[in-house]
Design a protein around this ligand. Structure first.
Ligand code: 13P
Length: 257
């Protein structure tokens, strides 16, 4: 059975307690749109407050450390996220890769740690504008993804039930530019082929592949009805319930076909 579209808000470094009212409004709206799975990843400081109030949406984090605990000033482990009520973690976001020099091998360790702690993982990949202009986007994304997929278990079922992939072309993040529908479709088909190669036909077909990069209510319908697009990872437009749920609504409509 195909999974429901998955619409995830990445609040990045936005949000104080004043924004809990938006989270509440998103949660209330999500209760009316059950055909879509809605989740938000606020800053760490809001994970527990959102978890305490939310009835429908899942709350998650934007990163985690790969170790369970220890002398790592300023870091947060996957187990701590789970303890605060987090159900998933976004890993390998291009802003982490760029600003914190995170490499594929480290992201793989984080993904394993997250699955061990019982969290679901949203694993991000995406190419720079130069890589796309040079014609290397597909090769780059496949290499990146292959090197960061979790090892966790030899049984693909254990991994795929908790794994989501997000394709986010770096040049489309926060820029108002989106990839063309053809480019999104081509990249998602390549990612699907890779997942099937790694996990086998049955399991590799189950993983949802989200698109991210300037998704808004106005373009969500077209993007979300593209083959192999199983949802969206949304930055700026997830910060208000109105625009975020506009995207969720479009996802529900694309489901009705
Ligand atoms: P924008 O939707 O603001 O382009 O951000 C996308 C993103 O980075 C989500 O993780």
């Amino acid at each position: 059975m195909p999974l429901r579209p998955y619409i995830v808000g990445n609040w990045k470094m936005h949000g104080t307690r004043a924004m809990l009212s938006e989270a509440r409004a998103i949660d209330r709206a999500a209760q009316r749109h059950m055909k879509v799975e809605v989740a938000i990843a606020p800053p760490y400081t809001l994970i527990h407050p959102v978890h305490r109030e939310a009835e429908q949406i899942a709350v998650g984090a934007q990163d985690c450390h790969h170790e369970e605990g220890g002398a790592h000033t300023g870091d947060i482990s996957a187990a701590m996220i789970a303890d605060a009520g987090g159900k998933f973690v976004i890993l390998g976001h291009s802003e982490r890769r760029q600003n914190h020099k995170e490499a594929d091998a480290q992201i793989k360790l984080k993904a394993d740690a997250a699955l061990t702690a019982g969290l679901r993982v949203i694993l991000c990949c995406g190419e720079s504008e130069k890589t796309r202009d040079d014609g290397n986007a597909v090769a780059h994304v496949k290499k990146q993804l292959k090197a960061s997929l979790p090892q966790f278990s030899d049984n693909p079922e254990d991994v795929v039930e908790k794994l989501t992939v997000a394709y986010e072309p770096i040049w489309a993040i926060g820029t108002g530019k989106t990839a063309t529908i053809d480019d999104i479709g081509d990249m998602h088909a390549e990612i699907r082929a890779l997942l099937i190669k790694v996990y086998g036909e049955e399991h590799g077909s189950e993983v949802r592949i989200l698109y991210g990069g300037s998704v808004k209510p106005e373009n969500a319908g077209e993007i979300l009805s593209t083959p192999e697009v199983g949802g969206a990872l949304v930055g700026g437009a997830s910060l208000t319930a109105d625009s975020f749920m506009g995207i969720a609504l479009a996802a529900g409509e694309s489901e009705e076909g």
